[in-house]
Write a protein of this length. Structure first.
Length: 220
């Protein structure tokens, strides 16, 4: 009786096992067939993405021309970091929605000031007893530049019938550099540069043995 029951169960399960095995074979066969297609589709999608969003290739010219080499003796005494928002626009009248162009440029820049030590002559240093008199040249801006890595166009709006002025961002950058310089000067960067120069040079002359130093204002 037990053998008969086991035989019936075996007869019942055998077709199911055969069907399950066949389905597995078909499934693996389909996957093996589709995998090359999926891979090809993935590669095609990557190529299409590369065409729509290409990575620029920068090729510098191998020829370099050095026009001038100049020795400098500048004492850098202060650096300002400035942020400025610039609005640049054209055709902002009644037809701005059709032909206008407007952008907001967030400018990050820096201004460096100090004194040019090459301008100090022999007659600008003299002793009166134990007093060392020093006439320093006027402080000046040595570098004023945008930080291109941090500066960016925040927003740009163009009219329906204009691709935009291709020089508008360049003009905004030029104005931004001027405004950053103006802001630093208005904040007193030259006075601070002169004060810092005197502080440093006082320490320098004291290490040379001069205990009394008098800084004379630069000639007008």
């Amino acid at each position: 009786m037990k053998r008969k029951t086991a035989f019936i169960i075996l007869v019942f399960l055998l077709p199911i096992a055969i069907i399950w095995f066949a389905v597995g074979l078909v499934s693996r066969s389909i996957n093996n067939t589709l995998n090359p297609l999926r891979s090809a589709n993935k590669q095609l999608g990557t190529q299409v993405s590369g065409l729509l969003h290409p990575t620029p290739t920068i090729i510098p010219d191998p020829v370099t021309i050095i026009h001038e080499v100049q020795a400098l003796a500048r004492l850098v005494t202060i650096r300002y970091t400035v942020e400025k928002v610039i609005t640049a626009e054209t055709n902002q009248g009644a037809l701005a929605v059709l032909f206008g162009d407007r952008l907001l440029f967030v400018a990050h820049g820096f201004v460096i000031a100090g004194i040019d030590m090459q301008k100090i002559k022999a007659e600008d240093l003299w002793l009166e007893g134990n007093m060392l008199n020093v006439r320093l040249p006027a402080a000046e801006v040595l570098v004023a530049s945008l930080d291109n890595d941090k500066s960016y166009v925040y927003d740009r709006q163009t009219g329906l019938f204009t691709p935009g002025n291709p020089t508008l961002e360049t003009q905004a950058r030029q104005v931004a550099e001027q405004e950053i310089l103006k802001a630093a000067i208005a904040d007193g960067i030259l006075d601070n540069a002169s004060t810092n120069a005197q502080t440093y040079l006082r320490w320098f002359f004291e290490t040379l043995g001069y205990k009394q130093i008098n800084f004379i204002p630069p000639k007008p």
